[in-house]
Design a binder for this molecule. Structure first.
Ligand code: 5AD
Ligand code: SF4
Length: 459
């Protein structure tokens, strides 16, 4: 079998794709990198907004045409697969294999059965399954929990991924060990709400550590960089900020989605915190980790958001000064409480607010990134070429950075780079050291770099 896997959505989905890919390979499949070369195409889907759903529809349309011309098995997995909406789409586009996020290990069974197979259970057997480390990569994801116990009114995730289940700490540490053995230097701990790790009933009963304790445990493993995503402000405690500050491997980066600056909107979103509480968390992070780079998520144009509410979001931006933000227009998702009970705002209102917010964030990102000018940053180069002669990587603060290839530093690894130019979207630098040792001087590539346009459109 020649299998091709297409992944949409968040890092959780990337992790799941890696897991399923390792299952497929162990079943004897060859992974191929185009639809044309494949006889099994599997799409890992996202359902969080309308756009990723539209994307899946269009790829499935293409696949259905292919299937009319040659033997082809079509598979759909992930969040959309779990929803009635996804199952309707699957019927329409003649999907053969459908696997919800809790049924991924059924992939073998699905391919064996020579008929349509739909696996839609909420199971936690996945938690015991340790996928092999990614080959040749320095960065890896590590799932520490699945699902979410919150019920934000706009969010489909509790429906697609079910209630929160923390993974056993021994399994987490064992997977971490195998990542370390494979040469991984940066691990991102994944969960819908990592701060709530250990707080679900089963985990409490079994005496799992808290997220702060887990951070310290992972920090003691010898891994060089730890990042985590994503955090819910409701479950953020000062102990987490303290663990971040005192664990050297934890990177100076926090993604703390606020969603709105207006208490009225936060209440309608059922976010379970208010602006003041959120600002307390920001203050705690800054107290324990003064250099922390801050990122957030914002939903613009939530139903009933007035001009004044939106103004509150703008003023929160100026109060916090985010380094970066993922900004989304509210997308009504069938099955969510806000879809059922609230009236969507006109598209023009939402778009205009998003444009204004993007402009404000761009100014903040420009200002925040400029503070790194001339500084030396630890950079993890993934080995991918940004352009001929340039490599790309990430700083500890999660900034994308581009550096010229240099003598003795042409591949993946941890390096020191001096920042020579900044834009709102990224940093440009020159390599000055590798793993703590100084490199021979390399030519400054600033004139060329300035001519490169940023590939990132989302701030
Ligand atoms: N509409 C727009 N954005 C959404 N998000 C989640 N649900 C919706 C929705 N219905 C955003 C939130 C979340 C991020 C992953 O996606 O900002 O933090
Ligand atoms: Fe990830 Fe949420 Fe999209 Fe599922 S719906 S893939 S959890 S972003």
């Amino acid at each position: 079998m020649k299998a091709h896997l297409i992944t949409y959505g968040c890092q959780m989905n990337e992790y799941d794709s890696h897991l399923v890919q390792s299952q497929l390979v162990s079943l004897g499949a060859d992974m191929v990198d185009s639809i044309d070369a494949a006889d099994f195409v599997l799409i890992n889907t996202c359902a969080v907004r309308g756009k990723p759903v539209d994307k899946v529809r269009s790829v499935l349309g293409q696949l259905r045409k292919e299937k009319a011309l040659r033997p082809l098995v079509i598979g759909m997995m992930g969040c959309l697969a779990q929803l009635e909406e996804g199952q309707q789409i699957a019927r329409k586009f003649e999907v053969d294999v459908l696997l919800g996020p809790g049924s991924l290990l059924d992939i073998g069974k699905a391919l064996e059965s020579n008929q349509r197979f739909w696996g839609l259970n909420f199971k936690d057997e996945l938690h015991d399954h340790i996928p092999p480390p990614p080959t040749g990569k320095l960065q890896a994801h590590l799932t520490i929990m699945r699902g979410c116990d919150h019920h934000c009114t706009y969010c489909i995730v509790p429906t697609t991924r079910g209630p929160q289940v923390s993974r056993h700490p021994d399994l987490i540490l064992r997977e971490l060990d195998s990542l370390l053995g494979a040469g991984v230097k940066e691990v991102t701990l994944l969960g819908q709400n990592v701060n709530a790790y250990g707080f679900d009933a089963g985990a409490k009963l079994a005496g799992y550590p808290s997220f702060a304790e887990l951070l310290r445990m992972v920090g003691a493993s010898g891994i060089q960089r730890i990042k985590f995503t994503t955090s819910h402000p409701m479950n953020f405690t000062e102990d987490v900020a303290a663990a971040m500050g005192e664990t050297p491997a934890v990177c100076e980066f926090v993604h703390l989605p606020v969603q709105s600056g207006s208490d009225r909107v936060l209440r309608r979103m059922a976010r379970e915190y208010n602006r003041e509480k959120y600002l307390t968390h920001i203050a705690q992070i800054r107290k324990h980790m003064p250099e922390a780079v801050l990122a957030t998520d914002i939903i613009v144009g939530f139903p009933g958001e007035t001009k004044e509410d939106f103004q509150e979001t703008l003023s929160l931006y100026d109060e916090v000064g985010y380094d970066s933000a993922y900004m989304f227009i509210y997308s009504p998702r069938p099955g969510t409480p806000s879809y059922q009970h609230f009236q969507d705002l006109p598209r023009e209102v939402k778009t205009e607010r998003l444009q204004r917010l993007i402009a404000v964030q761009k100014d903040w990102s420009a200002k925040k990134n400029a503070r790194f000018q001339g500084s030396v940053q630890e950079v993890l180069l993934r080995g991918d070429a940004y352009s001929e002669g340039h490599l790309e990587g990430h700083t500890r603060g999660n900034h994308p950075i581009v550096v010229p290839k240099a003598l003795g530093a042409v591949g993946a690894g941890l390096y020191q780079a001096r920042v020579t130019a900044t834009t709102p979207h990224m940093l440009y630098g020159e390599l000055v050291g590798v793993d703590g040792q100084t490199l021979p001087m390399v030519p400054n590539f600033l004139p060329e770099a300035a001519a490169l346009s940023s590939p990132l459109t989302m701030l």
